[in-house]
Ligand binder design. Sequence first.
Ligand SMILES: [Fe+2]
Ligand SMILES: [Fe+2]
Length: 168
Amino acid sequence: MADQMDAVALLKADHRKVEDLFEQFEKASGDGRKEKIAKQICLELSVHATIEEEIFYPACEGKVDEDLLKESYVEHDGAKLLIAEILKGGPDDEFYDSKVKVLSEEIEHHVQEEEKRMEGLFAQARKAGLDMEALGDQLTSRKTELTEKFTADGIPMPTLTTMDQVEV
Ligand SMILES: [Fe+2]
Ligand SMILES: [Fe+2]
């Protein structure tokens, strides 16, 4: 279909959307408004991390720098810890705004690692010849499914992929 986005276009569009939401959060005043935007950020990031980890990252396995790919999973888990905190807490948490801010900084770094020219994850994946059209279709349908589910049932507490050394 002509209007289908390829995998990288879809994932980059998600990044832009969440960057915009972080900006809105910074400017927002009023607890209700802030909480609404923070929840939207958590929804977008939860869906995005899930589709990357279920579909895009596994497709990159063996085709991109292994260390970079492993770091991507760990960075996701770092973000998930903050997402869980933000979901459980609310604007009456004295660290609420700080958690959202630090999450935005972590995401900014992670997005750079994915989008960097030449050596970024997406550039490496494209160079390796991944079928971005087919992956785009898979990402799109899973994204729709998860967004509907998380909107209807609430955003689930994130599950960590790489962190199993300590009980927290
Ligand atoms: Fe991403
Ligand atoms: Fe990612």
